[in-house]
Design a protein around this ligand. Sequence first.
Ligand code: ADP
Length: 490
Amino acid sequence: MFLNISDKTKNTIFLRSFRARLFIIILILGIVPCLIMRYGIVNGYENHAVEQRVNVVQNQLMIVANHLVSNNYLSNDRAVGSKSDTFDVIDAELETIANLYEGRVLIVNKNFKVVKDTYDLSVDKIIISEEVIRCFNGENISHYDSEHGYIEMTTPITDTNSSNNDIKGVMLTSISNDSIVGTMKVLSRKAVLVEALTLVVVLFLAFAASGLLTKPFKRVTNAIIEVRDGHRDEAISVTDYSETVHIVDAFNQMLAQMRAQEKSRQEFVSNVSHELKTPMASMKVLADSLLGEANVPAELYREFLVDIGKEIDRENQIITDLLSLVKMDKAVSAMNVSSISINEMTELVLKRLRPIARKKDVELVFESIRPVTAEVDEVKMMQIVTNLVENAIKYNKDHGSVKVTLDADYQYFTLEVADTGMGIPEEDFAHIYERFYRVDKSHSREIGGTGLGLAITKQAVLLHKGTIKVTSAENEGTTFVVKIPLNYIK
Ligand code: ADP
């Protein structure tokens, strides 16, 4: 049972090989014409040889037929002595033809009576066959029976002297086709020999050609293996076929993508380590300076511990943001979609952020052009609004303002967060969604930024199949516009 299965698998693997298929195709293309040619030549020869033989024999029989007529062979007095010599000559002619073609000649007179049989078996018998009757009507009939190995033909014995070419009798001849069969056998044998030779040559050619033609694909595989095993760094190139060029191009693109991903992963890891180490380093410095001094006043302890607490909060914030990002990176299945009122949700976010805004004396305004209900992941949507509004407050100037506008058409809703803050230089537009990217590092850290907020926001927007755009003028303000489909698209 197991043997069967593995044999079957082996067979399918063999047949699925491009080289094997190529080999079989070349083999068929080489052998089939050979077989057709043999069949054509042997069969063609047979038909031609039979036709020729019939013509030759018919000609000879016609000559004898003329003799028969001129010597009145078919008349009733054929046994009379004076003519018997002539008749013997004619009989000898007939015997010669019969012997020469290994056959038998019967002469039938008008009364369908056999007057001569070279086998002497049917003399005086009556033959009323279709062929004989048709021959009396002037038709020359020949019939080849390849199965039993003979050719049968009828030849009219015509009196050319009579006014209406009287048919005096019929010659019924059957001759052997042994010599034709013999030649055919020799031909066949030679053809089989040629076929065997061709098969050997075609086998060799098919093997060599299939190997040669599939070589570029092997080269592609080997190049990919070299890259996989790390023995090769640069892009691979196999230019033999346009097909290999396409495969290799696709592979090179994938490789470039993977390398870019790997680079960004490494950058991310080093950024994470750096970001996590910074608060730790601050805590260590604070702790060391406390430990290094004797008789530290209690107020200083308190002050330093408050600072240490702030660093712990920061560390905590980075870890929370990182976890959010990781969650966002997960597949779409992580989306928990429900239909919610975006107005209510935005109001709630603004309410939560109002105390921070108040600290900076930043005015928070919400304008809803129309009420919006949409199918979104509530937690992720809240994160989007929170991050944008929080940034708009954080990067605002004192006594500035933040305006949140909600609008919708029949397909999308748009959430606009416009502030009157410091703005973002245009060259930074492309980078602000990168992880840990900050326009002004020291300022951002100072006000508690992790550099992850917009990365999280963008990821969340993309999970909703939405878009996020920024416009900004330095020292005037920034506007983020988020556009999300009202109905969630999977
Ligand atoms: P952070 O946690 O540092 O705020 P974000 O990913 O949210 O990180 O933002 C990335 C950077 O983009 C910020 O450091 C800041 O420099 C800039 N930025 C974001 N929002 C605004 C805004 N509303 N006004 C000015 N700059 C902004």
